[in-house]
Ligand binder design. Structure first.
Ligand SMILES: Cc1cc2nc3c(=O)[nH]c(=O)nc-3n(C[C@H](O)[C@H](O)[C@H](O)COP(=O)(O)OP(=O)(O)OC[C@H]3O[C@@H](n4cnc5c(N)ncnc54)[C@H](O)[C@@H]3O)c2cc1C
Length: 337
């Protein structure tokens, strides 16, 4: 239903001051149909929002915000095919599947946000991504309200990337995701730091143990948005050519470099930012976290313009020092194309 309260400050984890031109809470398919019709009539662009943990929202948003609260979860077969509605919270879903003995999502514990947003950037952490566990994504076209379903291949998943950031950007509202879980998938424990928290004997490691270790690692490392408003990693880890990575490693011993496919290497953005001297720096109430250089924290700055000004200064100094382009990970609304 169309909501009188259009303030979004409590609906984004950076706690930025923001007000939508229109806002609808979507509790049912009928709510979605109605809100899309209203948006078509008003001519406002539609902005689907989950828990607001991966967005930078401008002060005035000329958009009809849809707060996705569609709930529900059901097994489609006995072999681990699960349909989950877009408005379900991600972490409780992971906890439940692991507790039921299903494998696949354990490394993705404690990532904030909703199920519907998870395929948009193909969430990933501790050596695993969502993509291999997606069987299908169900959505509704914003233009005409027609339902569409995409197979995993059709989603064109990549590193923090999918078709929902390209050809289908601003074109669909995701309503449900079908996940294919497994009873016997080998566990992924090779990520630095994770293996040390697990039993020495590999056969003694359970999905629950991996889940618990990931939760403990994340709690120790990442600032809690409820106490220090943030949007997680603010920049993607840049992917460069093998040659550029080798040149940089020769010039900067200690630079962490990871495989990223044939002839490509991924660099640790946090390391580059820290080396450029930004860790702990605060400008106009927005700070680079003192323990985690990849995280920008709102300490009272409260505005998208201030967050983006700091991000631009960081990107400029990393470009000048290392010749590497940093790309912002959260989606920025109302502050440019
Ligand atoms: C402390 C912290 C840690 C994080 N750690 C990680 C991490 O380890 N790995 C990782 O990948 N991400 C991480 N993130 C980012 C974030 O949790 C994920 O991107 C998450 O999937 C966002 O979910 P959300 O519901 O908050 O999406 P929102 O922020 O509400 O939306 C994000 C984008 O998805 C779109 N969207 C949302 N729902 C829908 C829908 N139903 N249909 C169509 N489009 C939709 C929005 O329009 C927007 O463009 C972290 C964030 C924080 C704050």
């Amino acid at each position: 239903m169309l909501h009188a309260e259009r303030q979004l400050q409590r609906r984004n984890t950076l706690r930025l001051r923001s007000r939508a031109a229109a806002l609808s809470v979507i509790d049912s398919p009928a709510d979605l149909e109605r809100a899309l019709a209203e948006a078509r009539q008003s001519g406002l662009p539609v902005l689907p929002l989950g828990e607001g943990s991966n967005v930078v929202l401008a002060e005035e948003l000329a958009a009809h915000v849809l707060l996705l609260r569609l709930r529900g979860c059901r097994w489609l077969d006995r072999r681990g095919l699960l349909r989950v509605a877009a408005g379900e919270s991600w972490h409780p879903l992971v906890a439940w599947t692991v507790a039921c003995g299903w494998r696949g999502l354990e490394n993705l514990a404690l990532i904030p946000g909703t199920v519907g947003a998870a395929p948009v950037q193909n969430i990933g952490a501790y050596g695993r991504e969502l993509a291999p566990f997606v069987h299908a994504v169900h959505a509704v076209r914003i233009a005409d309200g027609e339902p569409v379903s995409l197979s995993r291949a059709a989603c064109r998943f990549g590193y923090r990337d999918s078709i929902f950031k390209h050809a289908l950007r601003d074109r669909v509202v995701i309503t449900a995701v079908d996940l294919q879980l497994s009873r016997d998938l080998p566990l992924e424990v090779s990520y630095p730091g994770l293996r040390d928290r697990l039993p020495a004997a590999i056969e003694a490691i359970t999905p629950q143990a991996v889940f618990d270790a990931v939760v403990a690692l994340r709690r120790g490392k990442l600032p809690d948005p409820l106490r220090e408003p943030n949007a997680g990693s603010f920049f993607k880890n840049p992917v460069v050519s093998l040659e550029q990575a080798e040149d940089l490693q020769a010039a900067c011993p200690g630079l962490p470099v990871f495989e990223a496919g044939e002839g490509r290497r991924k660099l640790a953005a946090g390391w580059l930012i820290e080396q450029a001297g930004w860790k702990g720096i605060e400008r106009e109430g927005i700070a680079v976290h003192p323990r985690h250089a990849l995280v920008l924290v709102n300490r009272g700055g409260d505005s998208a313009a201030r967050v983006l000004a700091l991000a631009a200064a960081i990107a400029e100094s990393v470009r000048a020092r290392f010749g590497v382009e940093l790309e912002i990970e959260p989606r920025c609304y109302g502050s440019g194309p």
